[in-house]
Design a protein around this ligand. Structure first.
Ligand code: SF4
Length: 235
């Protein structure tokens, strides 16, 4: 089995807990206005290479003594569920934890065999308001929110991520709506919130008009989540 791999980072400390090998797969099914990796979205990328599961695992195996686990990301790695499953099935016997980083637009519950070998999911909720989500990504958030519920119910929601972009939508209203939606899920399982500061550098020129939120604004948003019992990471 093969998939197109953009890159493999042997040691990453930003793609889940501990030191991890991060595997980035080519292709994405949505169109975020602030995408920093537009080259990973399409089917082709001169930087990417076709790799078998075995070739990916050869790279992973070299790092086993030094890593806690692996994270598969993209693009959108859930466009390749069988490939991700096959990697995880080989990673588990090596004692590695397995995480997926996803935009949440593909239903996880359709892939029970993949979920059986997945320890957790880092799920983007790019906006709570449906129209805002469409504006930001050209895709609605119905499946994203259904995925958040499903993953919390089965204890596999590791982290909810949201990029904060003032100007694209109302950040305060979005935070309130997120808290209201996530609070009941937080009763079901523990997960953390990662608030990601939008940075205009590197985004497509036509979308670089949006301003980077201030540290004060990000901290204030973080406090709102903390007041409701969430662990919050701001990057
Ligand atoms: S989900 Fe990620 S890779 Fe896909 S368009 Fe959005 S930011 Fe880019």
């Amino acid at each position: 089995m093969k998939a197109t791999v953009v890159k493999i980072i042997p040691f990453s400390c930003v793609d889940g807990p501990g030191n991890r090998t991060a595997i980035f797969l080519q292709g994405c099914n949505i169109n975020c206005k602030y995408c920093h990796n537009p080259e990973t979205r399409g089917p082709k990328n001169p930087e990417a290479t076709e790799m078998t599961v075995e070739e990916v695992m050869e790279r992973v195996k070299k790092q086993v003594p030094f890593i806690r686990g692996i994270t598969v990301s993209g693009g959108e790695c859930m466009l390749h569920p069988e490939f991700v499953q096959a990697i995880f099935e080989q990673a588990k016997p090596l004692g590695l934890t397995t995480l997926i980083d996803s935009n949440g637009t593909i239903p996880f519950e359709k892939y029970p065999e993949l979920m059986a070998v997945t320890d957790g999911v880092m799920l983007d909720i790019k906006a709570m308001n449906r129209e805002d989500h469409i504006k930001i990504t050209d895709h609605d958030n119905d499946t994203v929110l259904a995925n958040a519920k499903y993953l919390a119910e089965c204890g596999k929601l590791y982290e909810v991520r949201s990029v904060i972009v003032p100007g694209l939508y109302n950040g305060d209203k979005n935070a309130d709506a997120l808290i209201e939606f996530l609070e009941p899920l937080h009763q079901l399982s523990d997960f953390r919130i990662k608030l990601i500061t939008y940075r205009p550098n590197g985004v497509r020129e036509e979308y670089a008009i949006y301003k980077q939120p201030s540290k004060v604004f990000m901290q204030r948003l973080g406090e709102r989540f903390r007041e409701h019992g969430f662990e919050v990471v701001i990057v």
